[in-house]
Design a binder for this molecule. Structure first.
Ligand code: SF4
Ligand code: SF4
Ligand code: F3S
Length: 361
């Protein structure tokens, strides 16, 4: 956690104090620009903005979750979590990473909420259970809903980290025994204050996408352009299928039929093995995971659609998009609507797939 006495310093001042060279700072700015898909010509403007930016206080709350999202953040490689935590932001509360526990942790949360009221950035992972007055998840005697209500009140903006807080995720999956809802659901129903909200979905979300969103907020002091599901377009503007390296095989109608057949070994398209890449908006195919090593499709498994609303209930992970839920009128309409926003219709994609199969036969 950062020291109290450097809270009001600018990022530039803190970096100079820590001996970060101008060259190192510009490298950080270049990384930030590339994370935000901005051209290199923007680096001087980013450097100027970051140099003067005050380090925002960040409060990170976790509700009905599996810790996968926080675990993912600790795998951020560019910028590293350390550089982000100690240089760019002031992480004032994070249950998994902080040393404090019990009463001391609660005091740290309330101190930060009071001191930076109206200014802090609130990060949330996990869904919020509201059934039976929210009794299914409590911390220090308070329900998640009560905590969320208090924390949202003083937040400048909220970042929903992961599919659980963005859309309800696995806890909200049928039959949703705890009445789990997303942060956006709580804002829409008026149960918490409405604040600028950025959904960074994914189960878990890509680490560099989380830090990229924070970098954008730091640089421009505002929420980035969002898609219809409240996700930053810069990271969620294209489908996995749009950027997939197996796409040429899809276009040629070459599909693996099992996970260990000749087609799979030759890197053919995983559509028939249930890949949901054509209807899934996320940056996995470009940023990849684990420091850019790979992503699910590259590791031989189709995309599960983990960054989309209701991905768990849509399921049918090993059935092609043209069958099961996705083959129904409702599923195809939903997929086509999602695709139409960017220019790809899943219905058209499905027809094309059928065409290629017919040609093969
Ligand atoms: Fe875990 Fe996935 Fe929910 Fe994150 S979005 S808390 S990884 S279940
Ligand atoms: Fe890649 Fe899946 Fe699209 Fe095939 S269907 S090209 S494996 S994203
Ligand atoms: Fe999730 Fe699909 Fe990426 S399953 S991790 S959005 S490739």
């Amino acid at each position: 956690m950062a020291k109290d006495d450097d809270k009001e310093q600018t990022l530039g001042e803190v970096l100079r104090q820590q001996g970060v060279s101008r060259r190192g700072f510009l490298k950080f700015c270049a990384t930030t620009a590339s994370l935000m898909a901005l051209p290199p010509s923007m680096v001087p403007a980013i450097a100027k903005a970051l140099d003067k930016a005050l380090r925002p206080s960040v409060i990170y709350l976790s509700f009905q979750e599996c810790t996968g999202c926080a675990e993912s953040l600790t795998r951020s490689h560019s910028p590293t979590l350390e550089s982000l935590m100690f240089n760019a932001i002031s992480l004032d509360y994070q249950e998994t990473l902080q040393a404090a526990a019990g009463t001391a942790a609660e005091a740290a949360l309330h101190d930060a909420m009071k001191k930076f009221h109206g200014k802090y950035l609130l990060l949330v992972d996990g869904s919020i259970p509201v059934k039976d007055d929210g009794v299914y998840s409590t911390i220090a005697g308070k329900t998640n809903l009560q905590i969320m209500k208090e924390a949202a009140e003083g937040a400048a903006a909220v970042v929903a980290v992961g599919t659980c807080s963005s859309f309800g995720g696995i806890p909200k999956a049928n039959p949703n025994p705890t009445g789990a809802v997303s942060v956006g659901d709580l804002m829409k129903s008026g149960q918490i204050a409405t604040k600028p909200l950025i959904n960074v979905s994914g189960c878990p979300p890509i680490p560099v996408v989380i830090t990229g969103v924070l970098a954008h907020y730091l640089t421009f002091g505002e929420v980035p352009a969002l898609d219809v599901h409240g996700r930053p377009k810069v990271f969620f503007g294209e489908t996995i299928h749009d950027r997939c390296y197996r796409r040429p095989f899809y276009d040629q109608g070459k599909f693996a039929k099992t996970f260990d057949d000749e087609g799979a070994r030759s890197g053919w398209c995983l559509y028939e093995l249930g890949c949901k890449g054509p209807t899934t908006y996320n940056a996995c195919a470009t940023t990849k995971w684990n420091g850019g090593v790979s992503f699910p499709v590259e590791s031989g498994h189709g995309c599960l659609g983990c960054s989309e609303p209701d991905f768990w209930d849509k399921g049918s992970f090993y059935a092609p998009l043209s069958t099961g839920h996705w083959g129904t009128a409702e599923g195809i309409a939903a997929a086509a609507a999602a695709g139409a926003a960017i220019g790809i219709g899943a219905a058209a994609m499905s027809r094309r797939h059928q065409d290629t199969i017919s040609k093969e036969e």
